[in-house]
Design a protein around this ligand. Structure first.
Ligand SMILES: Cc1cc2nc3c(=O)[nH]c(=O)nc-3n(C[C@H](O)[C@H](O)[C@H](O)COP(=O)(O)O)c2cc1C
Length: 192
């Protein structure tokens, strides 16, 4: 396998690894979006990786601003940084809201109680509050945690371009890998 292909293989391998290894640097990544021509970004948890279909996913609240952004403009960028390995991944792609109800249910069922509780919050993320904890669930809704599924979404990001940067005191290396055509991956070395 040539160097370019082994870099791409390593990228997917590390993403998969991050789903299993606690504290892996790729567990949390930043998703940026554009709304009203203005950029925005936030950290999310990487929830799934599908190399064959070139998809990564995260979970979110249907009431959150990022959903509005994605609906207006589905172009997003997913940014990862592996501090120990000094590797940055910038993945450009398009976001879509998953509507496969079986998959949504499966993801919900597998979620930790702590994660589920976030979806019971009384107010949408970003709502103005009089007091910092006013958003918290009522005791009533705590008796029915699974009602939170109504606010629970799975968002897929279809990756088109991976911009990989490796920092090294002997010389940094950067390669831009265009995977939009599954039959014809294009590798371009780039100045860092
Ligand atoms: C470490 C960390 C992990 C987070 N994971 C998620 C996540 O998986 N999904 C999510 O919607 N928000 C997550 N958040 C909160 C978001 O960063 C953000 O504050 C929230 O989703 C509202 O963003 P929005 O207004 O852009 O929609 C996380 C925040 C941090 C600090």
């Amino acid at each position: 396998m040539n160097k370019e292909k082994s870099i791409l293989k390593k990228i997917w391998d590390e993403l998969y690894l991050s789903l299993k290894v606690s504290g892996h640097p790729y567990h949390i990544f930043s998703v940026s979006s554009i709304y009203n021509n203005k950029p925005d970004a936030r950290n999310v948890v990487l929830r799934s990786v599908d190399k064959k279909n070139q998809i990564i996913s995260f979970h979110t609240d249907s009431r959150s601003k990022k959903i509005l952004h994605i609906k207006e403009n589905n172009n997003v960028c997913a940014l990862f940084y592996d501090f120990p390995k000094k590797t940055q991944l910038r993945m450009h792609g398009t976001a879509s809201i998953v509507n496969d109800e079986d998959l949504i249910y499966e993801r919900w069922e597998k979620s930790e109680k702590m994660s589920k509780l976030c979806y019971l919050n009384k107010y949408a993320p970003g709502s103005k509050l009089d007091n910092p904890k006013d958003y918290l669930q009522d005791n009533g809704s705590l008796n029915n945690i699974d009602s939170g599924i109504d606010n629970f979404l799975v968002v897929n990001i279809n990756i088109n371009i991976i911009d990989w940067l490796s920092l090294d005191h002997k010389g940094h290396e950067r390669i831009i890998i265009n995977i939009s055509d599954k039959e014809n991956t294009i590798y371009n070395w780039s100045a860092p």
